[in-house]
Write a new protein. Structure first.
Length: 310
């Protein structure tokens, strides 16, 4: 199986290394030439616990040189999805599975503007990663990955992706319908990412601090109400309990939005809390906390010349 991973950041590197270690014909595709050069020279280093492993994964900035892949998995930031999808076209044939395991809501819709919807697989992963340097990534949290067809009833594409992930030693489950699972992860992200970023807290601190613990819970409950208004059968208490259990297990892990803050780069607030707010408006559901987080993070971005002004 030939797998192309688009985006050699934290998650792309983790999954790319796992695919390569499983014996799959794997290549990382990224626009950053220094990163690609570093990976080609020294491999991808994954840090888990006190152990470091180095995997030699070829990397390129030139998608046409890759040829057609069996699976193309996108791990770029949401605001790069449209450009990455166009750039990846030479790697996608009529039988290629095009997959998004990115954060947020709407990446599948962006891919469907470029590729046949029946080719697209969407999902979420509960693995976590942190970039430590060029070609070096921490993998502090290992969890399941859920995936399913973006459109239609065929599970063939999702099963092909799941096969690649499980070959790499990670848990993968094909789920249909997949959108409720994406909303479950969206609720987690909406409740934890901006709270952690704005307070500068790691996962464990976020749940241990009583006022922040309650803010996370209330934000999650608000997002669950929006999901239920969309007819997704998601249990409020299960989500709240799961989120705090996950934060406790994650301990010193820093969320992706906190990493964005620390690096001074644009966040994915538009497809996280922004997605909750848009759905709230469509359904007439109150979402004041999610709306406030969008304003706060957008304000932070605007002061640094990032993103688009509101």
């Amino acid at each position: 199986m030939k797998v192309a991973v688009v985006g050699a950041g934290a998650m792309g590197s983790i999954f790319g290394a796992r695919f390569k270690d499983a014996g799959l014909d794997t290549i990382l595709v990224d626009v950053a030439q220094p990163l690609v050069d570093k990976i080609n020279a020294d491999g991808v280093t994954i840090v888990r616990g006190g152990e470091e492993t180095v995997t030699r994964v070829p990397a390129t900035t030139d998608p046409p040189s890759v040829g057609v892949a069996d699976v193309v998995v996108f791990f770029v930031k949401c605001y790069h999805t449209a450009a990455a999808a166009q750039g990846a076209r030479p790697m996608v044939g009529p039988d290629t599975v095009v997959a998004s395991l990115q954060n947020g809501w709407g990446n599948g819709d962006v891919l469907a503007e470029v590729y046949e919807p029946a080719q697209i697989v969407v999902g979420v992963t509960y693995n976590s990663g942190t970039v430590l340097g060029l070609g070096k990534v921490a993998h502090p949290g290992v969890g399941p990955t859920y995936m399913g067809p973006f459109e239609g009833d065929s599970l063939d594409g999702a099963e092909r992706l799941a096969q690649a992930i499980t070959a790499g030693g990670l848990e993968a489950q094909v789920v249909t319908p997949i959108r409720p699972e994406i909303w479950k992860k969206l609720i987690l992200n909406a409740a934890t990412l901006p709270t952690a970023a704005l307070a500068g807290m790691n996962a464990g601190a976020l749940t241990e601090h009583a006022p922040m613990h309650e803010l996370v819970s209330e934000t999650a409950r608000e997002a669950v109400a929006v999901a239920r208004a969309l007819a997704y059968d998601i249990d409020e208490q299960e989500r709240v309990d799961y989120i705090h259990q996950l934060l406790e297990r994650a301990g010193p892990t820093r969320g992706s939005m906190l990493q964005d803050f620390e690096a001074g780069r644009q966040t994915e607030i538009d497809v996280i809390n922004g997605a909750v707010v848009r759905a709230a408006e469509e359904t007439g559901t109150p979402a004041p906390l999610n709306r406030a987080f969008v304003a706060l993070v957008k304000g932070w971005e605007s002061m640094r010349g990032l993103g688009q002004p509101e």
